[in-house]
Design a protein around this ligand. Structure first.
Ligand code: ZN
Length: 182
């Protein structure tokens, strides 16, 4: 995150950055969450910290108004969880996922980091896992045409689905279906 982005979040009291960084005001010795409703300090008076702990270590006191001491990593966890739910609800869509993720209020690069830290996989690996599980289920439990299955889990066509499936399982969708049928 750049200083520019952080300053923008502070000047807009953007709560979606709470927990992602803190700012401290040199003239008052106080540190705040980005969403703090106190008067916006002059830019040249503030400095940024990744964690409340770092701000404390640098000698700043928590703000009584935004209670910056009561906030640690929870919001990041919450953002990761919201992203996960969003992927689970909408992995079947072919597009628009990134756009919806953007509504969670962090930059795409930051979202990738947060998600990976929390779940150990990238966003696209996670979506891939969801698609694979659903593909396997549909192949073994339904009589749906393979092309329909491909579309229903967000692929644009048969060949991209085939490649994806074969790479993940070593089998073609048809071979998988045959093996997992009575
Ligand atoms: Zn504050």
């Amino acid at each position: 995150m750049t200083q520019e982005e952080m300053w923008k979040a502070v000047s807009e009291n953007d709560a979606s950055y709470d927990g992602i960084f803190f700012y401290a005001v040199r003239s008052t010795g106080i540190y705040c969450r980005p969403s703090c409703k106190s008067k916006i300090p002059r830019r040249e008076n503030i400095c940024f910290f990744d964690t409340a702990e770092q701000a404390r270590a640098a000698g700043f006191r928590p703000c009584k108004r935004c209670r910056s001491d009561l906030l640690d990593y929870q919001p990041i966890k919450e953002i990761a969880e919201r992203a996960k739910r969003l992927l689970e609800d909408s992995f079947r869509k072919r597009c628009g996922l990134n756009q919806e993720l953007r509504h969670l209020g962090v930059s795409q690069r930051r979202m990738v980091e947060i998600f990976k830290d929390e779940y150990g996989v990238t966003l696209s690996e996670y979506v891939g896992n969801l698609r694979l599980a659903e593909a396997k289920r549909l192949l073994s439990d339904t009589n749906d045409e393979i092309i329909d299955i491909a579309y229903s889990i967000g692929f644009g066509g048969l060949s991209s689905f085939y490649r994806f499936f074969k790479n993940s399982t070593g089998l073609s969708p048809a071979a998988y279906r045959k093996e997992h049928r009575e």
